[in-house]
Design a protein around this ligand. Structure first.
Ligand code: ATP
Ligand code: MG
Length: 582
């Protein structure tokens, strides 16, 4: 029976270690348990990072699951060899050791696997195996078994047919529960050039292919996603949105597309086909200009008026005699809005005049001076209303939001919004998220679900927000999306190269993380602490190549919370195949 769970060969548990260090904020300490397992040297090729092992514990038939974080080839000859041994003898011993590494002689060498417990117990009862959360102390000296492929797959992979790539050191596809992963938000964290945008595009592609009720909105500051998802833009209903004027003919559109977009080196040879695809996009009328009112020109909303009145009440220079009137103004405004079912986002129009008349009359009865600030304020609102609000035909943020939320089958499912100008971009991101959020809140529905892709997230949710560069607005909107979006079926994928620059409130809302090389120890330590996984495992991310990832997920992408190293399918390869067929 054992054979159907474990591989034939096994090792032994030699040592338990507890490693304690300061937390990354320097305010406390954190400990990790490590177990050292000794394996025959002949197993060296079987024992990659991420292999799962099972060891006997003090409770019979209950095995503690260990994950290999590192392996070290050991040799008996080296154990007590230090500088106190005379030089010539040292040299002689090391020469012998060197010779023995490639020899078939196994007696004096072995593999030390440094492992750590995943927090799961494998319980074996007759023919049944169950994985359950928990920990029992393992027994030193006892045998350590390697989970076989079938059991590994059952434990690690989701029972879905959506795969993101191949598990490293295993011949197994990594299947994930993408719907659940999206529901609990995702994060991609890696140094520049590690493949963040590539992976984000792969995830978008899988969502569009497999989750029919999900739409995707990408905020693209680097002008790269239109190419990374060119096939999807053409094949499904989509919008490629820019703040710039759209070309007047397809040839110009193709030329401009090539000039303004980043073509990855790997597909630079296909430039002509990319241009041709852009021409098709233009002809299909997928390119759209988003109208954003010039800086500072925003419409006055009821929410703005409430804010302005509040500020006057709080202002110590407002005459005391006016304050009761300001409170009355607020409460009448509240009633006015309730009667008409207005929200704070609705734009003020002339229907408010009647309320302004009432307040003005009350001001006169209270003998306020003609030049009092209350009268000036009311006069200001009146003159704004008299300008009249221009309803335009332009494709603006309101129309875009309506289209994003449109549940009908032939409405666009992929929106790429190109925002090369960061400052303007932050404002647009904030407005779109807020509009979509508020509309969804008012007209609740679970269809469509919406995934927002926020690449270069440090620009939108920085640790230090500034009103001046609009990061305050974008940060607030994204934080709200991360905290409360799930209730409204609005979700986010956040991607960045440095965690330390990110608003940490945001970080705690994500349940699925893709991590690749993070060169700064601080970033890795922060993640190790957030997830309670070993520093050593995170340090291994330094060795990953572009496109290789450590996936860590909390009750979302995978059936159990097991960190997995995998090699993601290359999105550029998929684009290449598409372009070649064109
Ligand atoms: N899954 C993959 N398989 C093979 N190669 C990959 C993979 N992902 C990325 N690459 C390679 O790495 C390069 C950089 O990828 P990408 O632009 O996605 O990185 P990034 O992390 O988004 O970089 P930046 O920080 O500059 O935004 C790609 O052009 C490609 O050559
Ligand atoms: Mg990128």
């Amino acid at each position: 029976m054992m054979l159907s769970i474990f591989e034939g060969s096994e090792g032994r548990l030699r040592e338990a270690k507890i490693i304690t260090r300061q937390t990354s904020d320097g305010r406390g300490t954190i400990s990790f348990r490590n177990y050292i397992v000794e394996f025959p040297y002949s197993l060296k090729d079987k024992l990659g990072i991420g292999k799962l092992l099972a060891v006997n514990t003090i409770k019979e038939n209950n095995y503690l699951i260990l994950e290999i974080a590192d392996i070290i080839p050991m040799h008996y000859g080296m154990i007590s060899l230090d500088a106190s041994v005379p030089r010539e003898i040292r040299d002689e011993i090391m020469r012998k050791v060197e010779e023995s590494w490639y020899s078939a002689e196994e007696r004096e060498k072995w593999i030390d696997a440094i492992t750590y417990p995943l927090g799961y117990i494998l319980e074996i009862n007759n023919e049944n195996i169950v994985f359950k959360k928990g920990y029992f102390p393992p027994l030193l000296g006892s045998s350590v078994k390697i989970l076989n492929k079938a059991v590994y797959t059952k434990f690690v992979c989701s029972n879905s047919n959506i795969s993101l790539g191949n598990i490293l050191n295993e011949d197994i596809r990594l299947n994930v529960d993408l719907e659940k992963a999206i529901r609990y938000h995702l994060g991609i964290f890696a140094f520049t050039g590690s493949g963040k945008s590539n992976l984000a595009s792969l995830i978008v592609r899988k969502a569009l292919d497999n989750l029919p009720n999900t739409k995707v909105v990408i905020f693209d500051v680097s002008m790269e996603y239109a190419i990374l998802l060119l096939d999807k833009l053409i094949d499904i209903e989509s919008k490629l949105i820019s703040l710039d004027r759209i070309s007047t003919n397809f040839l110009d559109a193709g030329r401009r597309f090539i000039r303004s977009h980043v073509i990855p080196d790997d597909i630079i040879d296909l430039k002509d086909k990319i241009r041709k695809s852009a021409e098709i996009l233009y002809q299909k009328e997928r390119m759209k200009q988003l109208y954003v009112p010039p800086q500072g020109l925003t419409f006055l909303t009821y929410g703005d008026i409430i804010d302005l009145i509040r500020k006057q009440i709080e202002d110590k220079y407002t005459a005391i005699s006016q304050k009761p009137l300001l409170y009355t103004f607020l409460s009448k405004l509240d009633n006015f809005m309730r009667d008409r079912k207005l929200t704070s986002d609705d734009i003020v129009d002339e229907s408010i005049n009647q309320l302004l008349d009432e307040i003005e009359t009350m001001g006169r009865e209270a003998h306020l001076k003609d030049n009092s600030s209350l009268f000036t304020f009311i006069a200001g609102i009146r003159s704004y209303i008299s300008l009249g609000i221009q309803e335009t035909e332009d494709y603006d943020i309101e129309k875009l939001s309506i289209e994003i939320l449109d549940p009908s089958e032939n409405s666009p499912r992929l929106f790429i919004i190109e925002l090369p100008n960061l400052e303007e971009g932050r404002q647009v991101v904030a407005s779109i998220i807020n509009q979509v959020y508020n509309r969804r809140k008012r007209m609740y529905s679970d269809n469509p679900k919406i995934l927002f892709i926020i690449d270069e997230a440090q620009e939108f949710i920085p640790y230090d927000t500034k009103q001046k560069d609009k990061s305050e607005a974008s940060s607030e909107a994204i934080e709200k999306l991360l905290r409360h979006g799930r209730k409204y079926h609005l979700h986010a994928l956040i991607s960045t190269q440095r965690l330390a620059y990110l608003n940490t409130n945001a970080l705690q809302q994500l349940h699925t993380y893709f991590i690749s090389t993070l060169p700064r120890p601080y970033d890795r330590q922060l993640l190790a602490e957030t997830f309670g996984i070993s520093d050593m495992l995170l340090d291994k991310t330094l060795e990953l190549e572009p496109g290789q990832w450590l996936l860590v997920s909390f009750k979302s992408a995978l059936p159990h919370d097991v960190p997995v190293f995998f090699s993601a399918d290359n999105n550029l390869q998929l684009i290449r195949e598409f372009l070649n067929k064109l």
